[in-house]
Design a protein around this ligand. Structure first.
Ligand SMILES: Nc1ncnc2c1ncn2[C@@H]1O[C@H](COP(=O)(O)OP(=O)(O)OP(=O)(O)O)[C@@H](O)[C@H]1O
Length: 239
C-alpha cells in the first residue's frame, strides 16, 4: 500500500532524507523510528503529497505521489502530534467542515459520522465545543477528521506527543483496531516502547537514511529484547 524508491529531500545543502526505499503491505503497522531530526516528518510529508521529493518516487495505494496527488489524498489520512482544531466549534461542526473537503455531505456525511463515532467511541464530543473538551476527546476529533473518508492508509507522525496517559492508551489501541480492519498504518515515533506495542515491522531512520528494516520480532531479537538497543546497534554499524 506504500512504496518508496530512492526517496530524497534536500533543503539547499541540507539533506533531510536520502535514498529511502520502503514497502508497507496492506493490514500492516510499520513503525518508522528515529530521533528528532532523523527525517521522519519529511518522509511522511512526501508520502502525503505535502512536500515534493528532490529525487526518487513513491506510491500510496497504487498512485504516484508526484503525478496523482489527489488520488493519493483521497486514500490517506494524516495525524500530526499537537494538531489543533478550532476551539469554538463543536465536534460535529469540526467534522462537518472537514467532511466537506472530501465531498461528504448530507447522507454521506451522516454515514461517515456514524461510522467514526462508533469506531472512536466519541458520541460525547459531538455537541461539545472543542475548548470544553479533555485532551482525549480533542484527540478523538483530530483522528476522526483524518479518517472520515475511510482512508486505507493512515500516517501518524509523533501522534502521542502531548497526550495524557488515557489519551495515549486510546490512540495506541485505535492504531491496532484500524490495522485489524485491514488498513495500513505508517507510525512515526521516537518512542521505542510504542513501536514495540503496535508495530508489525520497523524501520530505523538515522540522519535521513534507513539503516535497518525488519519484522519487529527480528529487530527485538537483534536488540536482546529491546528496540532501543537494536536501534543503537544499527546506527553504530552504519556509522
Ligand atoms: N523546511 C526545511 N528547511 C530546512 N531544513 C529542514 C526543513 N524541514 C526539515 N529540515 C531539516 O531536515 C532534517 C529532518 O527533519 P524532520 O523534521 O523530517 O525530522 P524528524 O525525524 O521528523 O524530526 P522531528 O521529530 O524533530 O520533526 C532536520 O535536520 C531538519 O532540520
Amino acid at each position: 500500500m506504500i512504496q518508496a524508491q530512492g526517496l530524497t529531500k534536500r533543503y539547499g545543502p541540507k539533506t533531510a532524507v536520502e535514498g529511502l526505499s520502503l514497502k508497507v503491505e496492506r493490514g500492516e503497522v510499520y513503525a518508522l523510528l528515529g530521533p528528532n531530526g532523523a527525517g521522519k516528518t519529511t518522509t511522511l510529508r512526501m508520502l502525503a503529497t505535502l512536500v515534493r521529493p528532490t529525487a526518487g518516487r513513491a506510491e500510496v495505494a497504487g498512485f504516484d505521489v508526484g503525478k496523482e496527488p489527489l488520488e493519493v489524498r483521497r486514500r490517506l489520512g494524516l495525524v500530526n502530534g499537537g494538531m489543533r482544531v478550532y476551539d469554538r466549534l463543536t465536534g460535529r461542526e469540526v467534522l462537518a467542515f472537514f467532511a466537506s473537503f472530501y465531498g461528504l455531505e448530507g447522507r454521506a456525511f451522516k454515514e461517515a459520522l456514524d461510522w467514526v463515532v462508533a469506531l472512536l467511541e466519541m458520541e460525547e464530543t459531538l455537541e461539545k465545543k472543542v475548548l470544553e473538551m479533555s485532551t482525549g476527546m480533542r484527540q478523538k476529533v483530530v483522528i476522526a477528521r483524518a479518517i472520515l473518508h475511510r482512508p486505507p492508509v493512515l500516517l501518524l507522525d509523533e501522534a502521542t506527543a502531548g497526550l495524557d496517559v488515557f489519551a495515549r492508551r486510546a490512540l495506541l489501541d485505535f492504531v491496532k483496531t484500524y490495522r485489524d480492519l485491514g488498513n495500513t498504518v505508517l507510525y512515526s515515533t521516537h518512542v521505542m516502547p510504542e513501536a514495540e506495542e503496535v508495530a508489525d515491522r520497523v524501520g530505523f531512520l538515522h540522519q535521513g537514511r534507513l539503516v535497518y528494516e525488519g519484522s519487529k520480532e527480528e529487530a527485538l531479537a537483534m536488540g536482546e529484547g529491546s528496540l532501543e538497543r537494536a536501534f543503537i546497534r544499527k546506527v553504530r554499524e552504519a556509522a
